[in-house]
Design a protein around this ligand. Structure first.
Ligand code: SAH
Length: 448
């Protein structure tokens, strides 16, 4: 097999990134937007020693799972991977992805609970970060690339976001502010970043700029207020002059409002700043946190909430717990967490800003003994050092692991198994319909 070959391929599996997989001359061939059961004519784009990559040239026999994609940029945009199959088929793939990871990597001999979904596949996101193209339009990056695919009305975003994107692009085209160009590091406006508090309707608009100010800021604020009315709570500049693909810097300046929006999650009022992590699917996050609470059984316990962001998980259980300690590395998120505890009249919490592993070691020195530990790390999972501190120094009865990457969850479950923690139950949650991502919450118990 060589580059540019055209082959006939039957798709028999799905990769964890959502590509179809077929076997040809003993080699796995990965094909995006292919479905199990397809027979395809595939053009080979790249051949490596252990696999090959291709793209669909023609559908010879469509899979029964197929549906007509309802997005014009699906074939180019790097966001969604499952717009060509039914949502039921997608849920099954995600259920299987979690199970496969836990069995193969984690050595877990147990199936997950049925994947939880509210069936809402459009408009579910509360956050968008659009790169700005050279003509002032916005879009999304293509798969594995920083080429901008123009798109101001994404089906995953709330309707207001496309209105904001249009107002912003018109302003870019008429205000004299230059879009940033990644290759040269020149130009000013890098990203349009929007957040919405779903329960209150409050909206935050943030411009990420390679400079200290924009011209005609007042007109942008006026135009946004004219369309959005009172739901526009704040407009913020984020000053990012670094030549990096990290979107946000830690420097924010308010153009309008106080830089915050307020949401309600699991009955707790949550202040969100531009820099704090906040789950992008509000309604499904509530379900995820309810399951985490069921697994944590916080009644009367000291709860340690590691990787706590704005404190959301711990605060949702604080009323039932004896005491909650949260740890998070981003200072603004810790300020939000402290503010959130105070504004909800929750007095049994303490938040620590620092690396989870280091803070855990400090807490162990203070002789803190949480009965339940919750971890909710980023995709790379927990460090082995942190898992050792949890198992040896805290030795909680229960460990609840909230994960956005089944592979690192599985790796950590395996380590924890050796540290005397046995997985008892795990449940996948579809917080990101149409994309390849899936969340999982797992309950582990100390043996003996
Ligand atoms: N539990 C929160 C946030 C989860 S996202 C929620 O549900 O909203 C993961 C969080 O871990 C982010 O807020 C990120 O800033 C934080 N984080 C990343 N690396 C960290 C580290 N080494 N130590 C502590 N927190 C970290």
């Amino acid at each position: 097999m060589q580059k540019n070959d055209k082959i006939i391929l039957e798709i028999t599996a799905t990769s964890s990134e959502g590509s179809g997989i077929g076997r040809y001359e003993g080699l796995a061939v990965f094909v995006p937007q292919a479905a199990v059961g397809d027979t395809l004519k595939v053009k080979i784009l790249k051949v490596k020693s252990n696999c090959a990559y291709g793209k669909v040239e023609q559908i010879i026999e469509p899979s029964p799972l197929r549906i007509e994609p309802d997005c014009q940029v699906f074939s180019k945009c790097g966001g969604c991977v499952y717009r060509h199959i039914s949502y039921d088929a997608e849920l099954q793939i995600k259920q299987q992805k979690v199970e496969d990871a836990l069995r193969r990597i984690g050595g877990v001999d147990m199936s997950p609970q049925p994947i939880v979904s509210d069936g809402v596949c459009s408009g579910y996101r509360n956050k968008a970060q659009y790169p700005v193209a050279q003509d002032g339009s916005v879009g999304f990056f293509a798969t594995h690339s920083h080429r901008i695919i123009p798109c101001d009305s994404c089906g995953l975003q709330p309707e207001e976001f496309s209105l904001i994107a249009k107002i912003f692009s018109f302003w870019m085209m008429t205000s004299g502010n230059k879009p940033y160009l990644e290759e040269t590091g020149r130009g000013l406006v890098r990203h349009l970043y929007i957040r919405k508090a779903v329960a209150t309707g409050e909206i935050m608009v943030c411009l990420v700029i390679n400079g200290d100010r924009v011209v005609a800021a007042d007109r942008l604020v006026q135009d946004l207020r004219a369309e959005l009315g009172d739901s526009l709570k704040t407009v913020v500049l984020n000053v990012n002059k670094k030549k990096t693909n990290v979107i946000l810097s830690d420097e924010c300046k308010n153009l309008y409002g106080d830089g915050y929006i307020y949401d309600i999650l699991c009955g707790v009022k949550i202040r969100i700043s531009p820099l704090s992590f906040y789950q992008v699917n509000h309604d499904m996050a509530e379900r995820l946190y309810s399951k985490a609470a069921e697994y944590a059984a916080p009644e009367g316990k000291t709860l340690l909430d590691l990787y706590c962001g704005a404190g959301t998980i711990g605060l949702s259980m604080a009323e039932r717990a004896e005491r909650v300690i949260g740890v998070e590395i981003i200072p603004e998120a810790i300020k939000d967490a402290e503010f959130n505890a105070a504004q909800n009249g929750i007095a049994n919490t303490e938040f620590i800003c620092g690396d989870a592993a280091e803070a855990a070691a400090e807490l162990a020195k203070r002789n803190i003994k949480p009965q339940t530990v919750i971890v909710d790390p980023p995709r790379k999972g927990c460090s082995a050092e942190l898992l050792h501190t949890i198992a040896h120094d805290f030795a909680p009865d229960t460990l609840v692991y909230v994960s956005c990457d089944p592979a690192t969850l599985a790796r950590d479950v395996k380590i924890l198994n050796e540290l005397n923690y046995e997985i008892k139950e795990y449940t996948p949650f579809d917080l990101f319909p149409r994309t390849s991502h899936v969340e999982t919450v797992a309950r582990l118990e100390r043996r003996g």
